[in-house]
Design a protein. Sequence first.
Length: 144
Amino acid sequence: MTSILFILNGPNLNLLGTREPEIYGTTTLAEIEAACVARAREHGLGVDFRQTNHEGVLVDWLHEAHEAAAKAVIINAAAYTHTSVALLDAAKAITPPVIEVHLSDPHTREAFRHRSFIGEAAVRCFKGEGLASYLHAIDAAANL
Ligand code: DQA
């Protein structure tokens, strides 16, 4: 059976391509998904790639990753990174290791982006490299 990586994306990431391109670039989420699927395949891994604008849905998906015995969860929680104790608690409650990713580097941006709740439960964090943040997270997950 192929091991699965859950790659979860939070609010406003559906708008990538047109959303603040000076910060996030012009790569769309569909293009990120295609690149992630291809990179994971090189490692013999499958991908379940999802996006939602709703915090509770992300919590449910973390639980689902646990139930599915996912190899790892790669999550760009977007703005919920900086606000959500619920996501932190969910990440702590599940067995699959959680890897945090960001397209931009939140630490070089506004002070309110410097705190990551989910980061307290993440085994690794890749940020500031756009699409490559996701690809490095996949490589790290494959080597866990
Ligand atoms: C982001 C950074 C967050 O601060 C922001 O709220 C996002 C995207 C990133 O990928 O750079 O929506 O997670």
